[in-house]
Design a binder for this molecule. Structure first.
Ligand code: SF4
Ligand code: MG
Length: 284
């Protein structure tokens, strides 16, 4: 039986004391241990940013890739070795600014990986600039008069783009977050989990107290049904996106791998990748 300690290496995270990312790292370790995934069967792929350091803190396969490009890398890893469990991780700047083109296409493509975004509404590594998730009025080095832009409604965007598993959590709610990661990793298709993870150094606005005050758990919304797309979008709208729990799931859409195997008559996973560059004449 695997334990969370099996994923520890000798590298000490250099996140600031109090940074939310410690809790996300612990939750991922708890989830993969609970699923009894051994380190050699896991890859953690990350982009660039404070949160993207996370890949280096796991004793597993992994890659610390380039800014905004973790998802193409992670999807390639999965398609080349479909027996591997793949977790992709990064921050809101990495995922929803420079990486947003890849993120949208990953939502619709439905490759069977889990994407965990540590959302602190700011760029931390570059010392405090607005991100696509920053609130209106947020004063930073790049918005000295307060941000004029509204934050990107990322969970609504994910659902509208065809994502089949959309969840949101707060790293303080460890039990909920661990459960959502487990469910996401068991989901056959792309699972997206946006995790509020406060930056204590460069975002004094969206603090631990702020999240505690503003988040609503979907468990308190009467009759909430995560398979109901319209209800999911309406509920997000009613709470300005500040909900936690499993927001939406669709188990009817086949994963990218399954859809491709159906077209190709179910060959070995590696053959699927080769077929992309050598199209089947019957198909095209
Ligand atoms: Fe965490 Fe912010 Fe420090 Fe980066 S700057 S490690 S996000 S608290
Ligand atoms: Mg950030």
């Amino acid at each position: 039986m695997t334990t969370a300690n099996d994923y520890r290496n000798d590298i000490r995270p250099n996140w600031c004391p109090g940074c939310g990312h410690y809790g996300v790292q612990a939750a991922i370790a708890d989830a993969v241990a609970a699923l009894d995934i051994s380190p050699e069967n896991l890859a953690v792929i990350s982009g660039i940013g404070c949160s993207s350091r996370i890949g280096g803190y796991f004793y597993t396969y992994g890659a610390h890739t380039t800014h905004g490009r973790a998802l193409p890398y992670a999807q390639g890893v999965k398609l080349a070795n479909q027996d591997l469990n793949v977790v992709c991780a990064g921050g809101d700047g990495d995922a929803f600014a420079i990486g947003m083109g890849h993120t949208i296409h990953a939502f619709k493509r439905n490759v069977n990986i889990t994407y965990i975004v540590m959302d602190n509404h700011v760029y931390g590594l570059t010392k405090g600039q607005t991100s696509p998730r920053s609130d209106i009025g947020f004063v930073t080095k790049t918005s000295p008069h307060g941000s004029f832009e509204s934050p990107l409604p990322i969970c609504e965007t994910a659902i509208a783009s065809g994502a089949t598993f959309v969840a949101q959590s707060y790293m303080v709610n460890r039990a909920e977050l661990v459960e959502l990661i487990k469910q996401g990793m068991q989901h056959e298709g792309f699972s997206f989990i946006n995790v509020f993870s406060p930056c204590v150094t460069y975002n004094k606005r969206n603090s631990y107290d702020w999240f505690k005050e503003h988040l609503t758990s979907l468990s308190t919304v009467e009759g909430y049904d995560p398979t109901n797309r319209v209800q999911a979008l309406q509920t997000l709208g009613a709470h300005e996106g500040l909900v936690t729990g499993l927001i939406y799931r669709d188990d009817t859409k086949p994963s990218f791998e399954k859809a491709m195997a159906a077209v190709n008559g179910g060959p070995h996973p590696r053959a699927l990748v080769h077929d992309v560059v050598k199209p089947n004449a019957d198909v095209f």
